[in-house]
Ligand binder design. Sequence first.
Ligand code: NAP
Length: 324
Amino acid sequence: MAEKIIIIGSGPAGWTSAIYAARANLRPVVYEGAISEENRLKGTLPLGQLNITTEVENFPGFPEGILGPELMIRMREQAARFETRILTEDITSIDLSRRPFVLGDSAGNRVETHTVVISTGASANYLGLDSEERFKNRGVSACAVCDGALPRFRNQPLVVVGGGDSAAEEGSYLTKFAHTVHLVHRRDSLRASPIMARRILDNPKVKPVLNSVVEEVLGDDERGLTGVRVKHVHSGQTQTIPATGMFVAIGHTPNTAFLNNQLKLDSKGFIVLTDPFRTTTSVEGVFAAGDVADPLYKQAITAAGMGCKAAMDAERWLAAMGIH
Ligand code: NAP
């Protein structure tokens, strides 16, 4: 028998959707993602981006702040308490041309469902240099919280690339371990929110390298990354920053490749919502929530809010279709 609702993804959008769907007696199934090296490298492990962050200070209800992983575990427990079924697998194929929809998972199972909530989030971008690829896991990282405490980064000069909140957060975090953090940003001012920009720029371990882009990641097979060559965008002058690590924090790409263009996406790959106030997509019965459909806000709390809306939209759609 087909499921009523399958939720793909296990960040704040997915769990909130599950909590609401479960309490509406839809018996949701959450595919939280598989635990694999491939997912680790892609940044798509279960519990999403909050699971690889540190303190979350802006989620209402936690005046002292809460650690990202703890927040996610609590959301997961809350969904489980209402008898959400949780599968630690990826959805690897999806056919939205049939009804019920047909999904395949990484364990080789095939499932049918009347509605789907897509809440697969977004993953970190890289610069796209060959030399960056060469030193991934040997100095190049997109996750300070995952990798920052490794011995190769301790008491060493490091480079952080980017000027948004992620770069500010990762750079501040890395000052706990690093000797110096060189913050390389392509413009003359940070995009980060004023409070986070101030926090990083006021840190005596941080050396801003503004109006500059990374030209090449330097290193060798024996030592891994040994430095980063950057170029000033106006003068064209280059300089080499000796470092043992480069942390890339230049934004994210939505995890929509597995959809094989069966849903309408925008030019950057975000799912297009047919009504911006709701979670409806170009295919009836498919709803989207969180960063995968949000090029603008990308916050834990907005993702959770969208997850709630997606469950309610799915419930109403099932009722309208007479599926009980
Ligand atoms: P973002 O705000 O999009 O910033 C990306 C940064 O990377 C920008 O400074 C951008 O430069 C730079 N960049 C992009 N592509 C680049 C390239 N190819 N080469 C060099 N630099 C490049 O992304 P984010 O920092 O990941 O933040 C995403 C969202 O999450 C934001 O809404 C943010 O507020 C939120 N967030 C919040 C927190 C928090 O509140 N604790 C923490 C992290 C993230 P330009 O400035 O020139 O565009």
